[in-house]
Ligand binder design. Structure first.
Ligand SMILES: NC(=O)c1ccc[n+]([C@@H]2O[C@H](COP(=O)([O-])OP(=O)(O)OC[C@H]3O[C@@H](n4cnc5c(N)ncnc54)[C@H](OP(=O)(O)O)[C@@H]3O)[C@@H](O)[C@H]2O)c1
Length: 260
């Protein structure tokens, strides 16, 4: 049976780069998105480009019937999900802790913790039958050191570290591994256009004077998701250009080439 990866939030950006990384290695690639249409379009592109089987699924957040239906559909097609990459996230931006509406706060947890949990245990059933598999969480370096006005986001990303270790411990006996990738800044439009009010040029935030390309995160996800990391579980890989290692950024250095 061919290896099969399911990637959430995979119609563009980081998620799409992850899906493409696995497609390049010949995996069957399942694309999850809140939009079934976008998921199907991305899957078709991947199938055409890499000559692999690919299918798009509409993911309804925090809906366990939807999760079950997706994994049943894959099962009925004769495939078993052998790698699950949980990339989609509610970013919970601008949630000031004294004033945030509790429903908005909990929506972040429903996606990043509750729904990820549902997805992981549905995938685990495929993996148990397949005598092993790999769960990869795309969490964040803000699981360890936080950013302002994002209590739900940062603490949900910390919760993911614990959830991943729990799966590693609980499901290791089935050959299931669970690991976390912790990106720092990725070159998304959000950072390029500084929507977060980033004050200084982006490379000034990292000792190596650059932030991550989508492909840097995809490579780390592939490492954890594939047999390359067959003896690694309950682990974390920080991909942040060294942001976490430094106490304060050197804001006086040169500008990012795109901003010069
Ligand atoms: N960008 C960064 O600098 C950065 C830094 C550290 C960590 N990360 C983490 O890396 C991963 C990818 O980051 P990204 O910036 O590429 O993410 P993104 O584009 O903001 O989100 C990834 C996908 O998640 C889905 N999504 C967005 N908002 C959602 C919501 N409210 N509820 C449910 N699903 C939602 C979307 O997919 P659909 O619309 O197709 O459903 C989206 O394409 C995320 O887990 C993020 O937390 C990113």
């Amino acid at each position: 049976m061919n290896k099969c990866v399911f990637v959430t939030g995979a119609t563009d950006g980081t998620g799409l780069a992850i899906a493409r990384r696995f497609a390049k290695e010949g995996y069957d690639v399942m694309i999850g998105s809140r939009s079934g249409e976008r998921a199907e379009a991305a899957a078709k592109k991947i199938a055409d480009e890499f000559g692999v089987f690919s299918k798009g699924y509409e993911t309804r957040i925090f809906d366990e019937d939807n999760v079950k239906a997706i994994f049943d559909d894959i099962y009925k097609s004769g495939r078993r999900v052998t790698t699950l990459v949980l990339n989609a996230a509610n970013l919970g931006i601008g949630q000031e802790s004294l004033t945030v509406n509790i429903d908005d706060f909990m929506a972040v947890y429903q996606t990043n913790v509750g729904w990820n949990f549902m997805m992981a245990r549905a995938a685990a059933k495929h993996m148990i039958e397949n005598k092993g598999g790999s769960i990869v969480f795309i969490t964040s370096n803000s699981a360890i050191r936080v950013t302002k006005d994002r209590c739900a986001y940062c603490s949900s990303k910390s919760a993911i570290l614990g959830m991943s270790k729990s799966f590693a411990v609980d499901w290791g006996k089935y050959g299931i591994r669970s690991n976390c990738v912790l990106p720092g800044m990725i070159k998304t439009e959000r950072w390029r256009t500084n929507l977060n009010g980033t004050k200084y040029s982006l490379p000034n935030y990292t000792p190596i004077e650059d932030i991550a390309e989508y492909e840097d995160i995809a490579d780390a996800a592939y490492y954890f998701g594939s047999d390359q990391s067959r003896n690694t579980t309950g682990a974390e890989l920080v991909v942040d250009g060294g942001m976490l290692a430094q106490l304060t950024p050197d804001i006086t250095r040169k500008l990012w080439k795109d901003e010069e």
